[in-house]
Design a protein around this ligand. Structure first.
Ligand SMILES: [Fe+2]
Length: 305
C-alpha cells in the first residue's frame, strides 16, 4: 500500500501506523511481571524506564513510575521525514498546535524525530519517523513473534460520548477512513463501534459509544491490541495470564468483522491488552466494502474470571 492509498474520501495523507505507546504507571514491578511473564514482551530497564520490545525496534512500549496509571502518548509512524512534514502541514492547516519533540524526548521514544499534538478526542498523539533499531537480540518470553510490520503494533480502542463525532475527527486529522461498524443490542443497551483504518491493518482505531453506563475508572483507552504471529502465541499468552491470576474479561474468541482470534486481559493500570492473531488486511488496490455487523464475536470472548 502506498501512502496515497489509505484514503478514499478523507484528506490524502501518508499512511500512519501505531508504533509506540508511553504509559505512566503506579506499579512498575507489576508491569514488568505482567509484560514479561504474562504477555511475553522482551523487557529491559533503561534510565529508570521500563521498556517493552516486540521486535527489532529499540522501544515499543515505554513505562515510567507516576500516579496517572494511564497512557501518556501514542506514537504513530510515517515512512520518513517527507511524510512527517506532509502530516505537520496538514495539521497546521487545521489550526492545530503542533509541537516538535526535543532530541531527548525523541530518544526516549526510540525515534529520530517526532511531532506532538492534541489528536482526535483530545488524545495525546505523536507522529514520528526514523525508528531506532536495537543492536541487542530480542528475547520474547514464550512467544514466537509479534506481527508489527508495516501495519504497526496493533490498534487502540476508545470509549467516547459521540462515535460519529470522534470518527469524523480521526478522518479529518489523520485521514483514516471507516472499515466497518458494529451495533450490538444487549437487553436494550446499545453499543455502537466504528472501526477505522489508516494503513493496511483492518483498523487502527475502534471507537465505541454506549447507551449504558460508562464503566467506572475508565482510562484513556479501553484497550490496546498487540498482534502476535501465530495462533499458538494467543493460546500460550492466555494460559500464562490465567496461571498468574490476571483478570480475563474476554477469553479467547473470534471477532466477526476482522477475523482476529484474541483474548483480553486487564493490565496493572486498569485498561486492557488484547492479544490477537490473524486480523484481515486491506490489500493494496482493494475496493473495500464497508459493512455493519450486529455482533462483534462469532464465538468465545466470554469472561474467564
Ligand atoms: Fe480490539
Amino acid at each position: 500500500m502506498t501512502s496515497e492509498d489509505v484514503t478514499r474520501d478523507g484528506p490524502r495523507l501518508p499512511a500512519i501506523r501505531l508504533g509506540y505507546v508511553g504509559v505512566e504507571v503506579s506499579d512498575l514491578p507489576a508491569w514488568e511481571k505482567f509484560g514479561r511473564d504474562g504477555i511475553g514482551f522482551h523487557v529491559e530497564y533503561c534510565d529508570e524506564k521500563l521498556i517493552f520490545r516486540l521486535d527489532e525496534r529499540s522501544r515499543r512500549i515505554i513505562l515510567w513510575e507516576g500516579p496517572r496509571d494511564d497512557v501518556a502518548w501514542f506514537g504513530w509512524e510515517v515512512d520518513g521525514a517527507e511524510e512527517l512534514s506532509a502530516v505537520e502541514r496538514h495539521l497546521r492547516s487545521l489550526s492545530i498546535d503542533v509541537r516538535p519533540l526535543s532530541a531527548s524526548d525523541a530518544a526516549l521514544r526510540g525515534v529520530g524525530q517526532a511531532i506532538a499534538f492534541s489528536g482526535p478526542m483530545g488524545l495525546p498523539f505523536e507522529i514520528y519517523c526514523d525508528p531506532v533499531i536495537s543492536d541487542q537480540p530480542l528475547k520474547l518470553n514464550g512467544l514466537s513473534a509479534f506481527a508489527a510490520g508495516s501495519s504497526g503494533i496493533g490498534h487502540i480502542a476508545v470509549l467516547v460520548e459521540n462515535m460519529a463525532d470522534a470518527s469524523e475527527q480521526i478522518k479529518t486529522m489523520i485521514g483514516a477512513n471507516p472499515t466497518d461498524w458494529v451495533e450490538i443490542n444487549r437487553n436494550g443497551v446499545v453499543t455502537s463501534i466504528a472501526f477505522l483504518h489508516s494503513n493496511q491493518r483492518h483498523h487502527s482505531f475502534a471507537i465505541a459509544e454506549t447507551s449504558g453506563p460508562r464503566p467506572e475508572g475508565m482510562k484513556t483507552i479501553a484497550h490496546l491490541m498487540v498482534e502476535v504471529a501465530t495462533l499458538e502465541d494467543v493460546g500460550a499468552a492466555s494460559i500464562r495470564c490465567k496461571r498468574l491470576g490476571y483478570r480475563i474479561p474476554r477469553d479467547v474468541g473470534l471477532h466477526e468483522n476482522d477475523g482476529a482470534i484474541s483474548f483480553y486481559v486487564v493490565a496493572p493500570s486498569a485498561f486492557q491488552l488484547e492479544v490477537a492473531y490473524g486480523p484481515v488486511q486491506i490489500e493494496e488496490g482493494q475496493c473495500w466494502e464497508t459493512s455493519t455487523y450486529d455482533t462483534d464475536s462469532r464465538w468465545g470472548h466470554k469472561p474467564f474470571n
